[in-house]
Design a protein. Structure first.
Length: 304
């Protein structure tokens, strides 16, 4: 793996020692973190995501426990965040607090992942409870927004609570003038597993449902998969949209090409990518991130 993490990064032992001896240092670090505007001159964002582990989703491709090592994950994240053109990180409190102590979040957009209660493989998986950040926490810590997974299972009663909670979070974040990043899917249970429907019509329906959540849409962004017939799909919204990378499969060059085509659509304002950049097949995190940065910001913007 190619690691170009900042030399000032704390070790896992250092992080644990700070948490044991000086937990207040984390709060102080959030208060003094140097922030930046949400979007720059080109209006685009490249955000690296690392909130899968909180749902017990540790697999990448065929490797079931690929994300199990926290030290390895943090090293990959520090490398990604240090690359030119990476605007920020999306994660849960445990990961973001570590990255904060490592100095990796200075001048970065930070999006807090809010609902991680729909554990992968659980009987209650579609009941996506809010178990991490609340809107008030995101505002108090100086984060730049909150992300909510909003899976819509028409045959699962847990969906009603998820929609209600997501709507409340959108409203609360808007009250603080902070981004509400909604990630909607129409989902079904097949052979005991939750499957997200990724056909164009299902994606369009999920967009319309998600777009209407909350009392105020001015701060709502969408996080959507790259699906077939994407121009027609994106014609279903005026909300700024970030495309997700998902679990990388097949040739990475094909993935990069599909991202490049999608980024030409007006509503698409960038990418939120985790495993595809953090765990590329050749192990070169920096190279994978640099390709994504150039796709999002262009050669000049990626080099800034």
């Amino acid at each position: 793996m190619s690691i170009d993490a900042p030399t000032s990064a704390l070790s896992i032992a250092d992080l644990t020692d700070v948490r044991a001896r000086e937990p207040g240092r984390i709060t102080s670090a959030w208060a003094t973190r140097h922030r930046r505007p949400l979007v720059g001159a080109d209006g685009r964002l490249l955000v690296v995501a690392a909130d899968h582990p909180a749902r017990g989703a540790l697999g990448v491709r065929a490797e079931r426990m690929a994300m199990a090592s926290r030290s390895d994950l943090l090293a990959r994240l520090a490398t990604a965040a240090s690359r030119p053109g990476v605007d920020g990180v999306l994660g849960t409190p445990d990961i973001l607090d570590d990255l904060l102590l490592m100095g990796a979040l200075e001048d970065k957009i930070v999006i807090g992942s809010m609902n991680r209660g729909g554990l992968q493989g659980a009987a209650f998986e579609l009941d996506d409870r809010f178990t991490a950040y609340r809107a008030a926490d995101i505002a108090a810590l100086g984060l730049d927004g909150g992300k909510m997974l909003t899976r819509i299972g028409l045959e699962d009663p847990g969906t009603a609570a998820t929609l209600e909670a997501s709507a409340a979070a959108v409203t609360a974040l808007a009250g603080h003038q902070l981004m509400a990043m909604v990630e909607p899917f129409l989902s079904v249970r097949r052979d005991g597993r939750i499957t997200n429907l990724l056909d164009p019509d299902s994606t369009i329906k999920s967009i319309h449902i998600a777009s209407a959540l909350g009392a105020f849409s001015a701060y709502t962004w969408l996080k959507l998969p790259v699906v077939d017939d994407l121009p027609r799909v994106m014609d279903s919204t005026t909300l700024p949209t970030l495309l997700l990378g998902g679990d990388p499969q097949g040739d990475p060059q094909d993935t990069y090409a599909s991202w490049g085509r999608a980024l030409d659509l007006p509503a698409v304002r960038g990418l939120v990518v985790g495993r595809a950049l953090l765990y590329p097949p050749d192990g070169d995190v920096a190279a994978a991130v640099d390709i994504a940065a150039e796709l999002v910001h262009g050669r000049q913007g990626a080099a800034r």
